[in-house]
Design a binder for this molecule. Structure first.
Ligand code: SAM
Length: 430
């Protein structure tokens, strides 16, 4: 159905919210203050999801999206208004989400760390699909779909990633990609060296040949993996070195690493600055992005990471920097907290995936009675739920920061710092 729509506000997820004929509508590509003709795509839980067909009355802040794939490619949602306004909208969305889902009325400042708006991604997951002519096309999935949107270049990828995309989509390379469904590329902090992982079904011999050719021929490639879903075979370097602040981290294929390159030193500084004490915990630690700097300021750092590959990188990173006070624990956070209910920590850093830490884990964590918490979140709704619980349990939210890691997308990365007034004097080491 096609109908006219005037949204009230932007909400988390990239859509604009409004009402039409008594129904709640979420539409893509429309701004508050605009009048648009939209078409419904689907209805879920009583909410109509729609997309803009025509803007009948544009808002003054509307700009022409610079990317020719905008609206079709699923990567960006916000190229139709400027970056400064995007940041203001994200601040409001974060504030509103905390109020609505966490019952937290944060009236203080949300300080913002802004990134250069283009060429910021250091990691790309290029999708590969066969064209009707039988050749391989590269790009990203369309919005809410598994259909390929082939792209020549992407404005938010780093120059090295775009260069590699350009080479891979050239017939000389794309003709070798049958059987490959995805190519993941991580470029280093200088945007020079790169680690590539080809995913798909190839015979071990063909897979290894492809990996060796990529290593020899693709610019900056120092490590190339072939991942068939069961086994990962790597040729060249075993991992990519990535420097942030005073530390060089080894990052293996499949280990988590942050994907926005410009604000990483600022994030690490904000999480770890002005903290010191006997014990810090870094939960959901990855390859140790926060663990290593924390280890300079604490007697001991316990770093918990469930993924064995990332946990191995973490332990190697601590060893390479001679940080003997790091204990790398390969375990899920819930198993660790259940097992170590009597451990003591002055500061706990939490950087969970989108699902958040979760109330059960937080209940276990509070048995440790940590005095200060630094919660890094990539998902405001789960952050709101978790902060709501912590505030109910006697923690004070002291500061809220927004790291605009992903300009032109709806994604919101934030850091919340909390403290409790009374420190528990009883505690045992785990
Ligand atoms: C958002 S990343 C943060 C990693 C690291 N702090 C960083 O900034 O590079 C979340 C990490 O948590 C790990 N993870 C996911 N679920 C987990 C769990 N239940 N227990 C422990 N680690 C988990 C993932 O493997 C990933 O490395």
């Amino acid at each position: 159905m096609i109908f006219e729509f005037q949204p009230d506000k932007l909400v988390y997820g990239g859509e604009a919210l409004g009402h039409q004929a008594g129904r709640t509508v979420l539409a893509r590509g429309v701004l508050p203050g605009e009048r648009a003709e939209v078409e419904d795509i689907r209805t879920a839980k009583g909410v109509v999801h729609a997309r803009a067909l025509r803007i009948l009355e544009p808002a003054p802040e509307r700009v022409a999206p610079p990317c020719p794939y905008f609206g079709r490619c699923g990567g960006c949602q916000y190229q139709h208004f400027g970056n400064e306004l995007q940041v203001t909208a994200k601040q409001e969305i974060l504030r509103e989400t905390l109020r609505r889902l966490g019952r937290i009325n944060w009236t203080g400042e949300i300080s913002v760390h802004t990134s250069p708006p283009w060429n910021y991604r250091n990691r790309a997951e290029l999708k590969v699909a066969a064209t009707p002519g039988g050749e391989a096309a590269l790009g990203f999935f369309e919005t809410e779909s598994n259909r390929l949107c082939p792209v020549d270049a992407c404005l938010i990828l780093s120059p090295r990633l775009n260069e590699l995309l350009g080479q891979l989509r050239h017939p000389e390379w794309s003709s070798r990609l049958s059987g490959i469904s995805e190519i993941e590329i991580l470029a280093d902090d200088r945007d020079e060296r790169a680690m590539l992982t080809f995913r798909g079904i190839l015979s071990p011999r063909d897979g290894e040949r492809l990996a060796r050719e990529a290593l020899a021929q693709l610019p900056g490639a120092i490590s190339v993996g072939m991942d068939d879903g069961r086994r990962l075979t790597v040729v060249g370097e075993a991992a990519l070195p990535y420097r942030v602040g005073g530390f060089t981290y080894r990052v293996s294929a499949r280990s988590f690493f942050q994907v926005s390159r410009f604000l990483l030193p600022e994030l690490v500084e904000a999480v770890t600055a002005e903290t010191s004490g006997a014990v810090a915990m870094d939960l959901f630690a990855g390859v140790g992005l926060f663990t290593l700097p924390l280890a300079r300021h604490f007697g001991q750092v316990i770093a918990v990471e469930a993924d064995p590959r990332a946990a191995r990188d973490l332990a190697a990173n601590a060893r390479a920097h001679a940080l003997e006070n790091v204990r790398a624990v390969t375990e899920t956070v819930s198993d660790f907290l259940r097992r170590c209910a009597q451990a003591e920590a002055d500061v706990v850093v939490l950087d969970p995936p989108r699902e958040g830490v979760g109330i059960n884990n937080l209940k276990q964590l509070l048995v440790l009675r940590p005095q200060r918490l630094a919660y890094v979140s990539c998902n405001p709704p789960t952050l709101a739920r978790d902060l709501g619980f912590l505030v109910n349990q006697g923690y004070t939210l002291n500061s809220l920061e927004l790291f605009d890691f992903f300009p032109h997308t709806y994604h919101i990365e934030s850091l919340a710092k909390l403290s409790r007034l009374v420190k528990n004097s009883i505690g045992m080491s785990c």
